[in-house]
Structures are given as C-alpha cells and as structure tokens.
Design a protein around this ligand. Structure first.
Ligand SMILES: [Cu+2]
Length: 297
C-alpha cells in the first residue's frame, strides 16, 4: 500500500507500529458509548479510516473538496444518522472506530456548525464553522514525532459544548491531523461529524468562523513544509499559529483563551494492536465489540 511505503521511507524513525489510521465513529454521552455511526455520519469510503491528504490522495479526496466537511459521501447517510440530545455546557466525547487510538503526531480540533434550517439531517455543512476545542503540543521537551502531542495515544476527544451555545441542531466535527508527512505535503486529516441537538438558553455568538473547504490550504507550512524530525517546538508552534488551529477556541462567553484540557484519567488510551493487514481486511460497518476484528480478519 502506497501510504505505508511512504510512511516507512519518510518516517522510519517513528517508534510506533503502523496501525496508524483511525476515524471517529462513536459519540459518548453521559459516559455511555453509542454504536458506530449511530450519531456520526458514516463515510462511503471502502476503508473509512483512511486519511484525507493534499497529495497522494485516497479516493481523490483533498481538504479542498466539500466532502472535507464530514468525510467522503457522508451527507448521503445524514438522514439515517440519529441526532443526539445534548444540553449546552455538557461534556461529550467522540470516540474512534474499533477501539483505535491516535498513533500519529499532530493537533486535534473540534468544530461546530449550526444547521440554518434547524434540521441537521438536511444540512451539508456549507455554513459557518467555529472551533470549540483544541489540543496541540503539551510537552515542548517531549518527542515531537510522538507523545509531545497531547492527542497522541488518545482513543477519544472529550470536550464541552460551550454553555452559551444557542439552542438548535449542529454538526460537530472532530479532527486529528497527522503531521509526520508534512515535509512532503502529505499531512493526514482524520475527521467525521456527529449530529447533535443543543438545548438551553445560550445566546453566544462565535467570534471567529470558517468555511469548509477553505479552512486549510497547502500554502500553510504546518501541512506542507514542516518537518517533525528537524523543526523545533517553537518553529512548529509558530506554524500552528499561522493556521486556524492556532486561533482561540470559542468558549461561549467573554473569555477568549484557548483551552487545553489536561489529559484526563477518564480518557482511555489503549493502543490498538491491529496490524495494517488486519485493518485492511475489516469492513467499516457497525462493530460494537473490539473482538469483531477477529471475525472479519
Ligand atoms: Cu497515516
């Protein structure tokens, strides 16, 4: 597989195995984990967990396409995807398919976008997006090719829906970016969208909004030019600052500081032991049990 050949050639010093790919498929509400694709729009990709890239693409999908919003073909599954009830201020999580964990170095983000018609099952995500959660480098002296990044090893992103979020239906887009191929314009984007209905009396208004596509371009050094093996943490942080990933998150109120939640002990970070070969053999349908991999492999 071309991806792994590239991975080995450019990132041979990476200590982790190449069981590297992942996609958010489950929503965690009140500590209960949903089924795969119950509240998250399923992509139509054969291999749902493959990354989106600017070059050497899979399924011809790039961050410049409209399907960069919620992943390839996922709007075709919007109507059959449930809408989760969430109160503004609640903490929820988006969890990876197959008990996977994030095995690439890079930042993680959560964006939201309100359905203008009030019905998220009909919403393509072509409106405004705003960022509510962010995690980047948490240890400047750590290994920038692995766990200097707070997201490294996580199996889910846990985040709060800002208390001042206006009631309504929203897309919630969780994303992780692997930067290990950025020196070759091969940053890897892993993302999908949950459908939620926010209740409450919030009347906040996000200060920074984005359009997707348009959120990221490969003129940004973070995705095209950065080299995790040679650049300093300071350089990388400067490259981050030159992208929306460096913008403040919207917390719903007057405070504008980005929030960097400490890694929570409630976050499971078990490393997936699935081999690339196994990953290639299983399908992307509903699997609530990890052991299902053995049935499909
Ligand atoms: Cu990868």
């Amino acid at each position: 597989m071309k991806h792994f050949a590239t991975f080995i050639a450019t990132a041979g010093v990476l200590a982790h195995s190449a069981s590297a790919h992942y996609i958010f498929s489950k929503l965690v509400l009140n500590n209960e984990v949903s089924e795969d694709w119950q509240y998250i729009r399923q992509t139509t990709r054969d291999k749902c967990y493959m990354p989106t890239k600017f070059t050497s693409t899979y399924d011809n999908l790039t961050p410049s396409d409209s399907d960069f919003r919620c992943n390839l073909g996922s709007f075709s599954n919007a109507a059959k995807t449930e809408v989760a009830d969430v109160a503004a201020g609640d903490t929820i999580a988006m969890k990876l398919f197959y008990d996977g964990s994030i095995a690439h170095p890079g930042p993680g983000q959560v964006y939201m976008s309100k359905a203008p018609t009030g019905k998220v099952q009909e919403y393509e995500g072509d409106g405004d997006w705003f960022k509510i959660w962010e995690t980047t480098i948490c240890d400047d002296n750590g290994d920038l090719t692995t766990d200097a990044w707070c997201a490294y090893g996580l199996s889910q992103f846990e985040f709060q829906i800002p208390e001042n979020t206006p009631a309504g239906e929203y897309l919630v887009r969780a994303e992780h970016v692997g930067l290990h191929g950025a020196q070759n314009n091969e940053a890897e984007f892993f993302y999908s969208c949950a459908q939620i209905k926010v209740s409450g009396t919030g009347n906040g208004s996000p200060s920074i909004t984005y359009q997707i596509p348009g959120l990221y371009t490969d003129n940004m050094t973070l995705f095209n030019g950065l080299n995790l093996w040679t650049d300093s943490a300071d350089q990388i942080e400067s490259d981050i600052a030159d992208t929306p990933i460096g913008d403040d998150t919207w917390s719903g109120g007057s405070s504008s500081g980005a929030s960097y939640p400490a890694s929570s002990s409630s976050i499971s970070s078990s490393i997936s032991s699935a081999t690339p070969e196994a990953w290639n053999k299983f399908t992307c349908g509903t699997h609530s049990k990890r052991s299902a991999i053995h049935c499909h492999a």
